[in-house]
Design a protein. Structure first.
Length: 231
């Protein structure tokens, strides 16, 4: 008779919360207060309780560790991570959540986090505990893809914005410099993406720039693809 050893699993949730601050893509990170990896950056998250739904666990952990209210965010499951040795405490499978939102407040550390802060994504790579570098990279790619397919970028602009303002959001999230004329042509030719206000922004120097508002659609048709995707 063959003996089968079944894994004793613990379920966790990890959260990637992204925003644009100071012309850079930022991620919400905590500093771990407990072992393992005490004193190291990590994504917010923790273990799911026995009587708890996954989404409820994600909202609770975010609130406990950062004081941010997950009920105000659109938390989207985007991946499951279950490599055998990803957590030194045992076999842990983590369900990862993503939210990308503008105007998010300053976090306040709580629970087993000794600190919580918005940190530029480029400054977190190679510094996160567990396999959180991989989870963050996957989430950033998911966010970049969302900008290709949806009108999410307009949420990071003022109520009235120039195409240059909109392009800046794409450049920050994609991490690429875009050709202004090509980008403007794509945006204007994408039905329902933006609508003109009839007003202009008058800069201190240079030419006036037309002002726009967000359009009526949420999905882009055709999508606006990254330059490397077009090649």
């Amino acid at each position: 008779m063959t003996t089968r050893h079944h894994a004793q699993l613990r379920i966790a949730v990890d959260l990637v919360i992204l925003t644009v601050r100071e012309d850079a893509l930022h991620a919400l990170v905590i500093t771990r207060g407990n072992e393992p990896f005490a004193g190291q950056f990590a994504l917010p998250g923790g273990f799911v309780r026995t009587d708890e739904d996954l989404n409820a666990a994600a909202v609770r952990e975010l609130r406990e560790e950062t004081r941010l209210d997950g009920d105000d965010l659109h938390l989207e499951q985007f991946g499951v991570y279950g490599e055998p040795h990803r957590d030194p405490r045992g076999r842990v499978v983590s369900v990862a959540y993503l939210a990308i939102m503008p105007n998010l407040p300053r976090p306040i550390a709580g629970s087993d986090a000794s600190d919580a802060a918005w940190v530029p994504v480029d400054q977190t790579r190679g510094k996160l505990a567990f396999d959180h570098d991989r989870i963050l990279d996957d989430a950033v790619e998911r966010a970049r893809r969302r900008l290709e397919l949806t009108t999410l970028a307009t949420a990071f602009c003022p109520s009235e914005f120039t195409i240059g303002d909109l392009r800046s959001v794409y450049e920050v999230v994609w991490g690429e410099t875009l050709d202004p004329r090509n980008f403007s042509r794509k945006v204007i030719n994408t039905e329902g993406f933006i609508r003109p206000t009839g007003r202009k922004r008058i800069p201190a120097t240079g030419r006036p720039a037309a002002l726009y508002r967000a359009g009526s659609v949420t999905m882009l048709n055709p999508p606006i693809l990254r330059p490397r995707t077009n090649s």
